[in-house]
Design a protein around this ligand. Structure first.
Ligand code: C2E
Ligand code: MG
Ligand code: MG
Length: 684
């Protein structure tokens, strides 16, 4: 008989059973069950439907009833899933407890094969896990701590960096209000940023679990994830950066040796000091302190000791200055004290600052006991006062510096107030140096020549003195008396002196083919700076070779001071020059502290009586005696003696009567260009 129900049950893909809930006997199984598990009707379900199962299955909803020795009430519906241990397929069961036709309590169980879904689900889960793993790896690999929190500010996720930064475990952080991680001082700020949903980075102080705080840069980003509003906060710890920033700032503003403010900071602080004083017009001062001859300490004891001396100096200056003053180091052995303006009266301010400067000088004179050394140092101090902002800081520093320079010039170990007149002179000098520097190679330097006369039976030119002339395009002729000392001071005398020697030698060479002048020699003035140069002798030697002159035609005029200064070395050099054939003269003789003892050692040829003794020779008895003495020295040592600056016949006659044979002066000819020499020389 066609039973439509049977047809339906057997054609469905689902497993359909009827099982006695007390005996577990399978009362009915459809075709699908039999296909899967064989003929199982009348058998015990757990034995047939699972592998090696000898007792009711503990995953079966009936199990718990069996434990309690009762049956589920009629009408109860269970839903459960299970992976079958025989065919390994996944089933989803829906079962309902009913009363069977014979009165037994049974469950009608329908099992739907969900193996494919399960596999898919597993794959999805696996993918999800992978994605989560990847996500975790990514968020853990940032250098920022990441805190993800919801709209209620509750932390829902953190990365490993965040746990390290805040000193919590992941579990401890999750669920906490994010404001627990913000230092109270930054609460308001963070609240404002979060409320405004601002996503720009900003600075905030953070709070660790242990209560300590750290500085961080925060950046939040709002997102909606699975319908939920969340905010991700990235926390970048900037403690190290801040430390470095501080260090950089310190390095930029402080001297690393003495830890005093450097030039940059000094200028800044001085600027504030002057501004603060703007409405008071009190007198403040800037003291430039420079150690005298500090270079010697460095050169002889090494830089290590030199550094210690500087550190000690900084300390000593600090002990003298007041708290409100600024003590700075400009570099090298230069220190500055900016004295806070406190007095309205200029004179009292001068007195006070003088006392302070004296104290500093005294303090620096005390012995420096460093590494078994006992140094004695002095310093020079330049002071400039200020009471308004009329002068710029750079100007004030320049003034104090120039005052310090004057203190050095004055013999060191003293203080000097800035003098505007001196400053003006220094500026003029600086300009002169600049012009001179440019002039050496600009064809504006000339050698003039002044004849030197020998009188035996008649007057005869025997040589000339080469005298430099500077024809400045702007300022006209500039006297060597004014620019030679400056050239010596700034070192320009070295190139200039070399140029003069070359000019003179080339002149001598040209004269070799002149019937009259070929007999003449040229006297060249040699500066002590030139002479001191180690290369002086070799330079002359190479020039003689270059121009191929007869060296005894060149007479080198040296000064007494040059010879007295460093006798041993000077003597060696002079002997070498003599050996090379040069003729030697002592210029301005009598003006230096002539020591006769050096004269006898020197292979010189000539003494030049300084013109200051000639000027009043006729009327001044003292000059007469000096000239007479020089002439007699010359005779005794067998030296030529030449009188320079002879201007009058009286002087000439007097000198002649005293036995002088050589003369130079306006009477015989002024210094002129080479081509005018014979024309303008008056030889009587
Ligand atoms: P100095 O070597 O003693 O030169 C003599 C100076 O006296 C020269 O001055 C000369 O012009 C001047 N003079 C000569 N005869 C008379 C005179 O009858 N009456 C007066 N009142 N003066 C006379 P100048 O040329 O102005 O040179 C001055 C000083 O500059 C020189 O003194 C010398 O020390 C230095 N100087 C000149 N040319 C050179 C040079 O080429 N090299 C170096 N190193 N120094 C030089
Ligand atoms: Mg001379
Ligand atoms: Mg002279």
């Amino acid at each position: 008989m066609f039973d439509p129900m049977e047809v339906i049950l057997n054609s469905t893909g689902a497993l359909v059973y009827v099982i006695d809930v007390n005996t577990y006997e399978i009362l009915y199984a459809n075709e699908r069950c039999k296909e899967e598990f064989g003929e199982i009707t009348g058998k015990v379900c757990y034995k047939e439907l699972q592998r090696d199962q000898y007792a009711p299955c503990n995953f079966c909803p009936l199990y718990q009833y069996q434990e309690e020795s009762n049956s589920p009430p009629i009408g109860t519906i269970f839903e459960w899933e299970n992976q079958n241990s025989i065919n390994n397929r996944h089933y989803m069961f829906v079962e309902r407890i009913i009363e069977w036709r014979d009165g037994r309590t049974v469950k009608v169980q329908i099992g739907i094969d969900i193996t494919i879904q399960k596999t898919l689900e597993k794959e999805i889960l696996k993918e999800k896990d992978n994605a989560i793993d990847l996500f975790e790896t990514i968020i853990d690999s940032t250098i920022e701590g990441l805190i993800i929190y919801n709209d209620n500010n509750h932390c829902i996720r953190v990365n490993g960096v965040a746990t390290k930064l805040f000193g919590y475990t992941r579990e401890e952080m999750i669920g906490q209000n994010v404001f627990n991680f913000i230092a109270p001082s930054s609460h308001d700020l963070v609240k404002e940023v979060v409320t405004k949903r601002n996503q720009d980075p900003y600075k905030s102080d953070m709070l660790r679990k242990d209560g300590s705080t750290f500085s961080a840069i925060l950046r939040g980003k709002d997102l909606v994830l699975a319908g939920e509003k969340i905010r991700i906060s990235a926390v970048l710890d900037i403690t190290d950066i801040k430390k470095k920033e501080k260090e950089i700032l310190r390095l930029a503003h402080y001297d690393s040796l003495t830890e005093l403010p450097n030039r940059l900071l000094l200028k800044e602080l001085l600027g504030h000091m002057i501004k603060r004083n703007m409405y008071n017009s009190y007198y403040g001062a800037l003291l430039f302190i420079d150690l005298d001859h500090f270079k010697i300490v460095n050169d002889t004891k090494g830089h290590g000791i030199g550094d210690m001396v500087l550190i000690e100096t900084a300390k000593r200056i600090q002990t003298i200055s007041r708290q409100t003053d600024i003590v700075a180091r400009l570099g090298g052995d230069e220190f500055v004290v900016a004295v806070e303006p406190l007095l309205t009266d200029k004179d009292s301010a001068i007195t006070n600052i003088s006392i302070m400067a004296k104290k500093i000088l005294e303090e620096l004179q005390k012995p420096y006991l460093i590494a078994d050394n006992d140094f004695r140092l002095t310093a020079s101090i330049g002071i400039v006062q200020f009471n308004d902002d009329y002068h710029s800081i750079d100007e004030l520093m320049k003034f104090a510096d120039s005052a310090m320079y004057n203190a050095k010039e004055n013999g060191r170990n003293e203080y000097q107030f800035f003098d505007p007149k001196l400053q003006q002179m220094m500026e003029i000098k600086a300009l002169l140096i600049e012009r001179l520097r440019k002039s050496i190679h600009a064809n504006v330097m000339f050698l003039y020549y002044q004849p030197q006369i020998m009188v035996v039976s008649r007057q005869q030119i025997v040589g000339v003195e080469a005298l430099i002339r500077w024809n400045d395009p702007q300022h006209g002729m500039i006297s060597p008396a004014s620019f030679i000392p400056i050239a010596e001071e700034c070192g320009l005398i070295i190139p200039l002196g070399e140029w003069i020697l070359r000019e003179a030698m080339q002149q001598l060479k040209r004269w070799e083919s002149d019937s009259i002048k070929k007999e003449w020699r040229i006297s060249v003035n040699v500066s002590f700076k030139q002479f001191e140069k180690e290369s002086f002798v070799s330079l002359l030697k190479s020039m003689v070779n270059e121009y191929k002159i007869i060296s005894n035609k060149l007479r080198l005029e040296l000064t007494e001071s040059l010879l007295i200064k460093n006798t041993e070395v000077a003597l060696d050099k002079i002997n070498m020059l003599k050996d090379m054939g040069f003729s030697l003269s002592i210029d301005d003789f009598g003006t230096g502290y002539s020591s006769l003892s050096y004269l006898k050692q020197l292979p010189i040829d000539e003494l030049k009586i300084d013109q200051s003794f000639i000027r009043d020779l006729v009327i001044d008895h003292n000059d007469f005696i000096i000239v007479e003495t020089i002439l007699s020295i010359g005779r005794k040592f067998n030296l030529e003696v030449i009188a320079e600056g002879v201007e009058t016949h009286e002087q000439y006659e007097k000198l002649l009567s005293m036995g002088c044979k050589y003369f130079q002066g306006y009477l015989f000819g002024k210094p002129v260009k080479e081509e005018k020499l014979l024309i303008e020389s008056a030889v009587y």
